[in-house]
Structures are given as C-alpha cells and as structure tokens.
Design a protein around this ligand. Structure first.
Ligand SMILES: C[S@@+](CC[C@H](N)C(=O)[O-])C[C@H]1O[C@@H](n2cnc3c(N)ncnc32)[C@H](O)[C@@H]1O
Length: 358
C-alpha cells in the first residue's frame, strides 16, 4: 500500500492529522519518506541548496567558524557539529577552508547529526578521509565546547498550523474531502492561547500562524549545550526574522512548486523558519542570540565578492561568469536569489561579539 493510501487509511480510522504529523510521515516514513528514499539535491533533483551552488558558501561559513573558535579562546578539543548535512558538501568546504588554521583542525572532533541512513552513506563518501561520528539527535554529542552549523535543516522540521476562523483560533488538520482526497480541514479550537503570538486576536479570519514545537525543541537543546559547554552556532535557512502570520507550507519537486498532497513522500515538504521563535527558545535554555541578519549581508560582510574575484582570477570568461552568477544567487535579493529570503542566526553560550552580527 502506498504512503498516500496509508495516510488516507489512518485518517479514516483516527480522524484528521495535525499538519506536523502529515509532514513527518511524508518526509521521514521508513519505507517511502522523502529523505529516506529520494536524492533531492542539485539541478537534476528537486532543489539546490547554498553549499551545492558554490564552494564559496562553505568557505565563508568555514572562515567564520575559525574566527568564532579563536574568539572563544581556542577551546581544545571541541565538537565541530553539523546537523542535517545533506550530501556533506558544506562540511567538506568548511574543513578545506579550516586548513588556514591547523590548530583548529587538530582540535576539532567532527560530529554529524543526520536522520537519514541513506544520506549518512553519501556524507561518508564526501568526507573521506576525515574521521566522523554520526548521531541520530543532539543528545549523544560529547560534553565539549561546540561549534555548530545547520543549513536548511529547520525548514524540514515539521510545523503545526493554526487558523483564525469566525469561531476563533483552531488547529488546521489534514483530513479527507467528500471525494476521499487529502485536504486541509479545520480542527478543534487552540486550547492554549499562549502558543499564539501577540496580536493574534486582532488578525483577520483566514490568517495562519505556524507553530513549530519540534524546531523550538532543537533550538533549546542547542542553546542548552552552548550554555553548559560553551561555543557558538550558526543557523541558516529561509524564513522571517520576526514571528508573523503566513501560510508558508510548500512542496517542491524538480524545482517547481506542487500541491502538498500530490503523491505524499515524492516532494520536499517545508515551511519558512521563524527565527524569532528559535532565538527565544535558545535564550530560554540559557544561550545568547545575536540579532539575525540576511544571508546576503552575512556573506558579503565576510568577503564573498572578494573571494569570487580571487576564485575567478586567471580563469576563462565562462568560468568567471559562472562564479559571478553563483555569488549573485547566494547574496542577491532578486527573483530566485537567496540573499534576502535566507536569514542567519548566531547563538553563543555566553554573550560574545561575533562580527558580522550587529
Ligand atoms: C534540505 S536538506 C539540507 C542539506 C544540507 N544542509 C545542505 O545545505 O545541502 C535537510 C537535511 O536535514 C536532514 N534532517 C531532516 N530532519 C532532521 C533531523 N530532525 N535531524 C537531523 N537531520 C535531519 C535531512 O536528512 C537532510 O540531510
């Protein structure tokens, strides 16, 4: 029985599902989940992430991590952690860049947090000859100072959706329409109004608020580890700096948006990340959060344009044009560019100035 049929059967017997349960089944079902079975990355896949666009992205992140390690007093040893590493491209570029400081590399223990067995295999190949330890979640990381990076992890962590209705705020669920097709339906009233942001009672009927307890739990765990053992974390993803009201649940297949109900498990299901809620969760666990900034500002402040110039120096015209296009895609704010849509959040164990964060 296909994943779609199993989900319909579940709804018939147990009733409509929270959007977060539907997302989790589509992405992580052991037999047919998107990340369990698909190869989503790159021009021939469903989406292209920043590290897959150009090595320059990982180089900027790597240079920032080396700088942060020095600012923290060069803790030795420390855990160099990436969560949701995909093909391992970002970590490969971080490690190559970190050769600028052999003491950093000597002190680093590399840890990858990855739920997909299949992707762990890909990461192992990408990261030869480095010694890597994999984890199912953050709980098994060693008790060490941590330098942490996650790119496009949080958008894949399931969200619940609340909807303003004429009867007040209710949870949106995935149910069945009169033809038996998967459809969004209105569920029970939201019992705990403290889950809603300030001003929620004043927004018009139809407004959506995305509440992401699983994302907040991960941010809180990162914050707690930073506060206990020291270190710094970079979280990069598409989303909004301040909490707000919007329906951002989306499905992407072969670089095109499709219905979130089309062939469950065959498309990437995500929603935009609420950076304010992540910062709040990490702070409530004892960490400090620096004000989030756009990816464009982050990369350009770290020298993306200069790096693109150096990388293209002496190359032929076509290669130079490719490097320029990649830099623009990473930092530009036009249609299809990542610089404005993507944000960067920095968390630290103790208050610490870490440029380029304001
Ligand atoms: C969109 S991909 C991003 C991959 C990579 N960071 C990049 O930028 O190319 C999401 C990654 O997060 C992993 N992932 C999703 N949920 C996770 C979780 N709860 N814990 C650890 N990894 C997770 C997926 O298996 C995949 O490797």
């Amino acid at each position: 029985m296909s994943l779609g049929d199993r989900i319909r059967r579940l709804i018939e017997t147990a009733g409509p599902l929270p959007v977060s349960d539907y997302m989790a089944m589509c992405l992580f079902d052991p037999a047919e989940g998107y990340y369990t079975t698909r190869e989503p990355f790159g021009e021939n896949g469903d989406f292209t992430t920043a590290p897959e666009i150009s090595q320059m992205f990982g180089e900027m992140v790597g240079a920032w991590l080396v700088h942060a390690w020095r600012a923290l007093g060069c803790p030795t040893p420390f855990a160099l952690v990436e969560m949701g590493p995909g093909r391992g491209t970002l970590m490969r570029d971080i490690l190559r860049t970190a050769r600028i400081d052999s003491a950093f590399l000597a002190a680093a223990q590399i840890h990858l947090v990855e739920t997909s067995e299949r992707l762990r295999g890909v990461q192992a190949e990408t990261l030869v000859p480095h010694a890597i330890k994999w984890h199912d979640d953050l709980s098994t990381l060693p008790p060490l100072p941590m330098l942490f990076a996650a790119n496009e992890l949080f958008d894949a962590v399931p969200v619940r959706q609340f909807e303003q209705t004429p009867e007040g705020w209710c949870e949106r669920r995935v149910g069945l329409d009169t033809d038996g097709n998967l459809a969004l339906v209105t569920g029970l009233p939201v019992a705990d109004k403290s889950l809603l942001p300030p001003g929620a009672s004043a927004v018009p009927v139809g407004a959506i608020f995305e509440y992401a307890p699983a994302r907040e739990a991960i941010a809180a765990t990162i914050g707690e580890r930073l506060a206990t053992h020291g270190g710094a974390a970079l979280v990069i993803d598409y989303g909004h700096i301040h909490s707000g009201f919007a329906d951002t649940l989306q499905a992407l297949r072969t670089h095109r948006f499709v219905s979130v109900f089309e062939q469950p498990g065959s498309a990437d299901l995500t929603s935009h990340v609420d950076f304010e809620s992540l910062a709040r969760a990490a702070e409530s666990a004892g960490a400090s959060a620096l004000p989030a900034m756009t990816q464009g500002d982050f990369l350009l402040s770290l020298g993306l344009a200069e790096r693109a110039g150096a990388l293209g120096h002496g190359k032929d015209e076509k290669t130079q044009a490719g490097i320029r296009a990649a830099a623009e895609r990473l930092a530009g704010t036009g249609k299809g560019e990542m610089g404005g849509l993507f944000k960067v959040l920095c968390l630290t164990g103790a208050p610490l100035a870490l440029p380029p964060f304001p």
